[in-house]
Design a protein around this ligand. Structure first.
Ligand SMILES: NC(=O)c1ccc[n+]([C@@H]2O[C@H](COP(=O)([O-])OP(=O)(O)OC[C@H]3O[C@@H](n4cnc5c(N)ncnc54)[C@H](O)[C@@H]3O)[C@@H](O)[C@H]2O)c1
Length: 257
């Protein structure tokens, strides 16, 4: 009998696959037997390693999710290689490259860039993949952020964009349930990645934010990319077959909602 979390025979796309969280998601999904499409702005370099370590296929794809022509070409390429798609993890996002500032000081250009990637990109990527998921059902996992529950200050554009990802998840779930496509989101807490360090601006500010987040948690330790991946595997797999339109908050209990 196939295990509840067994993903053998699946083809799963992970966007933002080269990043701190994305690269760990790729490993966790491959470890359950899923073939992987590792999509990012430039081809992630680890495809051969993933194929060797986990005995699955891994297709690296360069694609900017804000550009519809690039998404179309990427999906054509994926279908040519695998003939189907079973799951999409919308993890790509603009986060580390941002500067923290009061919301009144955010420029229109910064605001639009965040929404273009985090909201429009997620919507466009999902729209392009849905026709293939409709063939026999599937799972979409959107990576939002615990910052939307915490109301994190000085990142209004980012927090608003991740709130939109959460809201979009429920509407998409309602529209796609009839095709046996499930759509859920995850709100990860403040996680140790290069992007979090870049966002903080200095090692001192990073340490301050990191420690404050630890103090706020029921489980008082730092959060690592590996803390998120089990929930991704769960939501992609049949173990969550009757869960849709939901958010799972993975943050060690800094917010109880
Ligand atoms: N690290 C955290 O503390 C944290 C917490 C909550 C949510 N998140 C979210 O998790 C996701 C991953 O975060 P991370 O810390 O690994 O950041 P990261 O910057 O390492 O990863 C993001 C990836 O997305 C890719 N990307 C950006 N724009 C893209 C585009 N237009 N098209 C395709 N790919 C694009 C980047 O190249 C990068 O590899 C993001 O959506 C982030 O907002 C992170």
């Amino acid at each position: 009998m196939k295990g509840l979390f067994d993903l053998s025979g699946y083809v799963t796309i992970v966007t933002g696959a080269a990043g701190g969280l994305g690269s760990e998601m790729v490993k966790a999904l491959a470890a359950q037997g899923s073939d992987i499409v590792a999509l990012d702005l430039v081809e992630p370099p680890f495809a051969t390693e993933i194929e060797k370590d986990f005995n699955v296929k891994c297709l690296p794809v360069a694609c900017d999710i804000t550009k519809q022509d690039e998404i179309r070409a990427a999906v054509d390429n994926i279908i040519k290689k695998f003939g189907k798609i079973d799951a999409l993890v919308n993890n790509a996002g603009l986060y580390g490259g941002l500067t923290m500032k009061p919301f009144q000081d955010i420029t229109v250009e910064e605001w639009d860039k965040v929404f273009s990637i985090n909201v429009k990109g997620t919507w466009q990527m999902t729209s392009a993949v849905v026709p293939y998921l409709k063939e026999k059902g599937g799972s979409i996992v959107n990576i939002s952020s615990c910052s939307i529950l915490q109301g994190v200050p000085l990142l209004c554009h980012y927090v608003a964009s991740k709130g939109a990802v959460w809201a979009m998840t429920r509407t998409m779930a309602n529209e796609l349930g009839q095709y046996k496509i499930r759509v859920n989101s995850i709100t990860p807490g403040y996680t140790l990645t290069q992007a979090s360090m870049q966002l903080a601006g200095s090692p001192e500010d990073f340490n301050k934010n990191y420690q404050r987040n630890i103090n706020d948690r029921s489980i008082q330790r730092g959060m690592m990319p590996n803390d998120v991946v089990g929930t991704v595997v769960f939501l992609v797999s049949d173990a969550s077959a009757f869960i849709t339109g939901q958010n799972i908050n993975v943050d060690g209990g800094s917010v109880h909602y």
